[in-house]
Design a binder for this molecule. Structure first.
Ligand SMILES: [Zn+2]
Length: 241
């Protein structure tokens, strides 16, 4: 096929635009924010599951704590009553002895209950602390998700603008290229990883980066400039500089 040098050069311009369009597509589908947002969703899901478990635990511990407080109050009330009876001085010596004995038992019981209460309080504090941590994590993750979404949208807008510009450049360039030449370029491009035309740089095809043998180079040199070349290795349209 024959094509003027000007038309061959237009193919290289078109190739640059098509490479940009391809690169935009790759960039759009590989934006790191997609994976980062997915990871945050997973963490939020895990956190929500743990939050439910910890909330139930806190309810249980709160009930235990209240029950323990009631037990301590009951013993304390009984001790107060016994002490009042002792202080009133109206009891018989036998009753006094019994009350003193009961007071000693109650004091021991109270100490045990208070130890238990302290233990429950500590458990309550630790569960509450974990709940607060989870709630604060959730706030942090949601904030991060928000920021990532903004970054994602900005990146998409930026790449989208490049893509639109390239598409518009392409639309104005294509009509300037001879139909048969354009059709050949398109045919090669679809079968050669999106690269239909490449420059011949020195003795290398810029499409497949392979060296062209000396005999072929000599043959190319002898050809008229409007003779359309194809790389023997990759079959791409080869344009001389
Ligand atoms: Zn090649």
């Amino acid at each position: 096929m024959k094509a003027s040098v000007a038309h061959q050069n237009l193919l290289i311009d078109l190739q640059k635009i098509d490479t940009t369009i391809m690169a935009c597509g790759v960039k759009l589908s590989n934006l790191p924010e997609h994976e980062q947002i997915k990871a945050i969703h997973k963490r939020l899901e895990d956190s929500a599951i743990e939050l439910k478990v910890v909330e139930t635990e806190l309810e249980d511990v709160s009930i235990d704590l209240r029950r323990s407080e009631v037990d301590v109050e009951a013993v304390t009330d009984r001790m107060k009553k016994d002490e009042a009876r002792l202080n009133a001085g109206t009891a018989s010596p036998k009753e006094l002895e019994q009350t003193q004995h009961e007071l000693a038992t109650l004091a021991k019981r109270k100490a045990e209950l208070e130890d238990g209460e302290l233990e429950i309080m500590m458990r309550h504090d630790s569960v509450k602390k974990r709940l607060d941590e989870l709630a604060s994590d959730e706030v942090g993750l949601k904030q991060l998700e928000l920021e990532l979404n903004v970054r994602l949208e900005n990146a998409k807008t930026e790449i989208g603008a490049d893509l639109e510009r390239a598409k518009s450049d392409r639309a104005s360039l294509v009509p300037q290229i001879e139909t048969a030449l354009y059709e050949l370029y398109e045919k090669v491009r679809t079968s050669a990883n999106g690269v239909g035309a490449a420059l011949l740089i020195g003795n290398k095809c810029d499409g497949c980066h392979l060296e062209i043998n000396a005999i072929e180079i000599e043959r190319i040199k002898s050809l008229a400039t409007d003779e359309l070349l194809r790389c023997e290795e990759c079959r791409r349209i080869l344009v001389r500089i």
